[in-house]
Design a protein around this ligand. Sequence first.
Ligand SMILES: *Cc1c(COP(=O)(O)O)cnc(C)c1O
Length: 449
Amino acid sequence: MNDDDQRRRVPGTDTLLALPAVIRARERLSDAAVRAIISAAQSAARDGDLAVDDVERAVEEAVRERLPLTLRPVLNATGVVVHTNLGRAPLSAAARAALEAASGYVDVELDLETGRRSSRGSAAREALLEACPAAEDALIVNNGAAALVLAVTACGRPPGADSPPGEIVVSRGELIEIGAGFRLPDLMESTGARVREVGTTNRTHLDDYARAITERTRCIVKIHPSNFRVQGFTSDVGIAALRTLADEHRLPLIVDLGSGLLRPDPLLPDEPDIDGALTAGADLVIASGDKLLGGPQAGLVLGRHEAVRSLARHPLARAVRSDKLTLAAIEATLRGGRTPVHAALHVDPVRLRGRTEQLAARVGAAVVPHDGRVGGGGGAGVPLPGWAVALPEDVAEPLRRGDPAVLARVHAGRCLIDLRCVAEEDDERLAVAVQTAKEAAARGPERDD
Ligand SMILES: *Cc1c(COP(=O)(O)O)cnc(C)c1O
């Protein structure tokens, strides 16, 4: 049979569209996505890269598993628990189920008893209040940055109509960049207020704050610089002392904790918790939902009733409100079982070592001591002691490009596989992926041509 005959025998688009698997897939995939799969198989057959008799099967296979989604799940073998590039906190089983349950019509703003409109997200709010007894009220917004912008916008003493911009008093040592080039002082100034830096990079005293307060001051903000540590000759002013100063000047005290620990954790002794910050005297505490809390992206605002209500009533609150999926996942994170973040932080060292040794034996590599990290702006400088399987550096790329995709840590010329953040049920898949990547690396770099 010559090439022209081959080309004539390639199944037509209508034939392929009529395959049962393709008809079923059209509930999941757009018309354009289905046609793109079909036309890719047809041209592969025309080019001789696919046997004509295999076209139907290739199309059926291509549509079967395909979701209209290009995000790919990744096994996190870096040992970094809250990994920003991997979407921060992986959700708990309860939170995943809640997302599914909340995806249809739900009573997010309706009281089914009375048939009246109810306040949005009240169940998630109540779960937060139960978790933080020192909070009188709570509000959930889109993320931590939105919470900070809303707080400094709505909470500060409102300036008069033609008065100069209000000032936000913050310690210089706390003016941090949080990632991807975003800086908290710029964020706060985007509200039209000015940031009034006080103190120095390493030391700030109560007197520095006191001298900076004028009639323009709208609020005092204290930020937990969670992603770095200053060591040596340092001092900062605690929340309790700032409370006294804030009371003297009738100013709101806003504390941005970043990571969102609900209660003190002995593993992270320097990490402040929300309840403790409120007890110490903050009017408002801000934290992210997807860092140490282990939930979805969200900004949590907890604090005094009047302060939280003034945020909730501000027009900007509508622009940063969280959706029903987030509210459902936050509630389930708080009320459900242990989160994967908690499990990874508090992993049993004996078990971790055993799993690491098993993987090392499987793939013929060595076990080395390896410290995991909290990551994502929390527990800076706190090592999480553990182990890793050490492989040659060139295994990292085929691992990353494999299926399942695995992100390892590349350090000092080695590819390190840390099982801390890998769920135990994924150990087998990981072992197969590592073996495959090791063989691919041994064959040498593949050429994409
Ligand atoms: C992470 C962080 C933020 C930003 O929170 P997002 O939820 O990422 O918007 C703000 N402040 C501090 C101190 C942080 O650590």
